[in-house]
Design a protein around this ligand. Structure first.
Ligand code: FMN
Length: 192
C-alpha cells in the first residue's frame, strides 16, 4: 500500500497541520505493514502556478514537475493532506498542486452525461488547522471545496481531522490539537 503525505503550511515547525499529518502518517505506519510513504512539502518545494506557459507545455521544467506530482498522486492508495486555512481558503501552494492533479483525460473526463472521476478507489485524509471556527458554517470554503475537488476526481472517501480556534488562546490551541489527535481514525478499520 502506498501513502502520499502532503504538507502545505508555511509555519514550518510551528504548524498545527504538520503536527497532525505527522501523527496520522505515523498511525498508518504503525498499523499497515510495508506501507510505502512518499512525502511532498509544497511549502519547501512548491509547484509553479498554472500559467499559459505551463498549460500549453511551453515550460518544460514546470511540465516535468507537474507530471511528477501527477504520478505521485496516481500511485497513492492513501493521501494525507495538511491544510492550513489561509485567508478563508487553502494555501495557494496547495491550489497549485490541485491544478496539476485535476487534469482532463487523466483524473476526470467529461461525457454526454456529465463529468466522471477517473481516480477513484483512493482514500484522502485532510488535516485542517484554522485560527477561527468554520466547520459546518456557510463560510467554510476549505472542507466543502476539498470534498468537491476529490469527489470530482472520483474519490468519495474523504475524512477530515480538524483543529479549529487555534488562534483564540494558547489553551484553545493546545485543546484543539489534543482533540484533533484523539479524533484520528484507526487505519485498519478505515482501510478494511
Ligand atoms: C497568512 C495567514 C492567513 C490566515 N488566514 C486565516 C483565516 O482566514 N481564517 C482563520 O481562521 N485563520 C487564519 N489563519 C490562521 C491559521 O489558519 C492558523 O494559524 C492555522 O494553525 C494554520 O495552520 P498551520 O498551523 O498548519 O500553518 C491564517 C494564518 C496565516 C499565517
Amino acid at each position: 500500500m502506498k501513502l502520499l503525505h502532503i504538507d502545505s503550511s508555511a509555519l514550518a515547525a510551528n504548524s498545527v497541520s504538520r503536527q497532525l499529518t505527522a501523527a496520522i502518517v505515523a498511525r498508518w505506519q504503525d498499523t499497515v505493514p510495508g506501507l510505502e510513504v512518499t512525502y511532498r512539502d509544497l511549502d519547501a518545494d512548491p509547484l509553479p502556478h498554472l500559467t499559459n506557459a505551463v498549460l500549453v507545455g511551453g515550460d518544460a521544467a514546470a511540465a516535468q514537475a507537474g507530471e511528477a506530482a501527477m504520478q505521485q498522486f496516481l500511485a497513492a492508495d492513501v493521501i494525507v493532506v495538511g491544510v492550513p486555512r489561509y485567508n478563508f481558503g487553502v494555501p495557494s501552494t496547495l491550489k497549485a498542486w490541485i491544478d496539476r492533479i485535476a487534469v482532463a483525460g487523466r483524473t476526470f473526463k467529461y461525457t454526454e452525461n456529465g463529468p466522471i472521476g477517473l481516480a477513484g478507489g483512493k482514500k484522502v485524509i485532510v488535516a485542517e488547522a484554522s485560527g477561527g471556527e468554520y466547520a459546518g458554517t456557510a463560510i467554510d470554503f476549505v472542507a466543502p471545496y476539498l470534498k468537491q475537488v476529490f469527489g470530482f476526481l472520483g474519490i468519495t472517501d474523504v475524512e477530515f481531522v480538524r483543529a479549529e480556534r487555534v488562534a483564540y488562546s494558547p489553551q484553545h490551541k493546545a485543546e484543539a490539537i489534543e482533540a484533533a489527535l484523539a479524533s484520528i481514525p484507526t487505519p485498519l478499520r478505515q482501510a478494511a
